[in-house]
Design a binder for this molecule. Structure first.
Ligand code: IMP
Length: 420
C-alpha cells in the first residue's frame, strides 16, 4: 500500500487544512511530518472555525487516527491549549491522536532564543513566527534535543534544567532579557497532559498500517518555498517541507509514496520577509488581502499578496513530484478587471524560467494577462457551471504544468469544494 502526501507549493497558507479536512474521510491516518506551532491550518464547518497548529487536520473525524510524527517539533504548552480548544472531550482526543516518541520538544528556552536571534538579525530578519521552531531544530541537529519519549524518563527534569541553563547562557550573549516563569508553568502543564496521550514508536505504526492495507495521508505544513533546502534561503523555516520530508518525518520509505497532492492558491501570499517577485504593493494587493482575509492564522500579521508565480509553482511541482494539483481561493479573484500570471523572470536583462539562486537581486516578473470573471463562484457545485474565464485560467495552469487541477476550492467551508 502507498501513502499519499498533501503539501503546499507556495509560501504556506495555501489552504491545506481545509483540503485535508475534505479528504480526511478517505484516510485511516493523517500524519503531520514537519514543522510545529508555526503552522496554522484553518478548518471551517457548521459555521465554526478552528485553527490547528500542531494537531493534524483529521482530528474532527471520529474514524480517523492522527499522528504527530517524529519530524514535528512540539510545544507542550501549545499542545495543551489546542487539545482543550478542539471542542472534543480530552478522553476522545486521546483515542484519535498519537505522538511519535522521536518528535522533539520545543522548550521554553527555544522561544527566548528565537526572539533573541531574530532581533539580532537587523535588516535581514526572517520574520519568524517566534514559536521557537528554529532553535528547537538547531538543538535536534546538534544532538542536544529532548524528545517526546523523554518525558517519561526519571531524569527528565534534570535534562530540562540543563538545557534551560544552556539556553539562558546563549540568550545572555545576545543581552536578551525575559521572564519565563508564566510560560514555563504552562509548558509543564502541557507535559502532564502529553503523558496521558499515546506516545509510541510511530514508525512501526505507520509501516504496519500500510502493510495491512490502511490508507495514510501525510499533511505538510508551511510550503515548498519555505523549505530549508529549496526555499528562498535564508528566509525559510527550519524543516523540510517537501515530499521527501514526509519520508524522514514519519519513517516511511520513499518507494511507498503514492499520490503527491500539491496545493496552491490562485494568487500568492507570503508572511515574513524574503523575496517575492510577483508581490503587489498596490490596490490589487490590498484587494486580495482584504477579500482573501490574508492575515496570518498563527501571528495575525498581514500577508503580502501577489500574482500567481508559474516558475515557482513548476519548481515546487518538480521538487515534490506532484501528481495532482488542488487550486484554492479561486473565489478571491472574482471581481478583478484582469488577471495576471507570471510565466518567467527577467534577471539582469536575461529571461529565465528557473527560480534564481540569489533572490536578493532584482527579479522582474514577465506576465501573461487573462480575462477575469464577475460571477460569485462560491455557490457553484460543478466544474461545468464555472465561468468560462475561470476554466481558461485553470486550463492555462494545466497546460503549463502538465498536471490536472483535480480540486477547485471556492470558499472556506468544506462544502465549497469542486471535484473534477
Ligand atoms: P519560523 O518557522 O516560525 O521560524 O518562520 C520562518 C518563516 O516561515 C517566516 O517567514 C514565517 O512567516 C514563515 N512561516 C512559518 N510557518 C508558516 C506557516 O505555517 N505559513 C506561512 N508562513 C510560515
Amino acid at each position: 500500500m502507498k501513502f499519499d502526501i498533501l503539501l503546499g507549493l507556495q509560501w504556506g497558507d495555501e489552504g491545506k487544512g481545509k483540503i485535508v479536512d475534505v479528504l480526511g474521510g478517505n484516510y485511516d491516518l493523517i500524519a503531520r511530518f514537519q514543522g510545529g506551532p508555526n503552522a496554522g491550518h484553518s478548518i471551517e464547518f457548521n459555521n465554526k472555525k478552528f485553527i490547528l497548529h500542531l494537531i493534524p487536520s483529521g482530528i474532527f473525524s471520529p474514524h480517523t487516527l492522527n499522528l504527530i510524527g517524529n519530524g514535528v517539533v512540539i510545544d507542550p504548552a501549545v499542545f495543551r491549549k489546542e487539545v482543550e480548544s478542539l471542542g472534543i472531550p480530552v478522553e476522545e482526543a486521546k483515542k484519535r491522536l498519537i505522538i511519535s516518541r522521536k518528535a522533539h520538544l520545543i522548550l521554553p528556552g527555544h522561544r527566548i532564543l528565537d526572539a533573541a536571534i531574530e532581533s539580532d538579525k537587523g535588516c535581514r530578519k526572517i520574520g519568524s513566527t517566534l514559536r521557537g521552531i528554529g532553535p528547537a531544530y538547531t538543538d535536534k541537529v546538534a544532538r542536544n534535543g529532548l524528545r517526546a519519549g523523554d518525558i517519561f524518563s526519571a531524569d527528565f527534569e534534570a535534562r530540562y534544567k540543563k538545557a534551560l541553563g544552556e539556553h539562558r547562557r546563549i540568550a545572555a550573549m545576545y543581552n536578551f532579557s525575559y521572564d519565563l516563569s508564566e510560560y514555563e508553568a504552562g509548558w509543564f502543564e502541557g507535559i502532564e497532559m502529553m503523558r496521558d496521550f499515546k506516545i509510541i514508536n510511530s514508525e512501526y505504526l505507520v509501516n504496519n498500517l500500510l502493510a495491512s492495507g490502511k490508507k495514510i495521508l501525510a499533511e505538510g505544513a508551511q510550503g515548498t518555498m519555505l523549505d530549508v533546502d529549496f526555499g528562498s534561503y535564508p528566509y525559510v523555516t527550519s524543516s523540510n517541507t517537501i515530499s521527501a520530508g514526509a519520508c524522514t518525518g514519519l519513517g516511511i520509505a520513499p518507494g511507498h509514496t503514492g499520490e503527491v497532492f500539491g496545493i496552491f492558491k490562485a494568487y500568492c501570499t507570503r508572511v515574513g520577509s524574503g523575496p517575492f517577485p510577483t508581490e503587489l504593493e498596490d490596490d490589487t494587493g490590498e484587494y486580495l488581502r482584504k477579500k482573501g482575509a490574508e492575515f496570518g492564522s498563527t501571528t495575525g500579521r498581514p500577508r503580502r499578496c501577489g500574482w500567481l508565480d508559474l516558475p515557482a509553482l513548476k519548481y515546487a511541482i518538480m521538487i515534490n513530484g506532484v501528481t495532482k494539483l488542488f487550486l484554492t481561493k479561486a473565489d478571491v479573484l472574482t471581481g478583478l478587471e484582469k488577471l495576471k500570471i507570471c510565466t518567467s523572470y527577467l534577471c539582469h536583462g536575461t529571461e529565465t524560467t528557473e527560480v534564481p539562486f540569489d533572490q536578493d537581486n532584482e527579479i522582474i516578473p514577465v506576465y501573461t494577462e487573462l480575462e477575469a470573471w464577475k460571477e460569485d463562484i462560491s455557490r457553484f457545485k460543478n466544474y461545468n457551471d464555472l465561468p468560462a474565464s475561470l476554466k481558461e485560467f485553470v486550463a492555462f495552469i494545466e497546460k503549463n504544468t502538465g498536471l490536472p487541477v483535480a480540486i477547485i476550492s471556492t470558499g472556506p467551508d468544506r462544502n465549497q469544494t469542486i471535484f473534477r
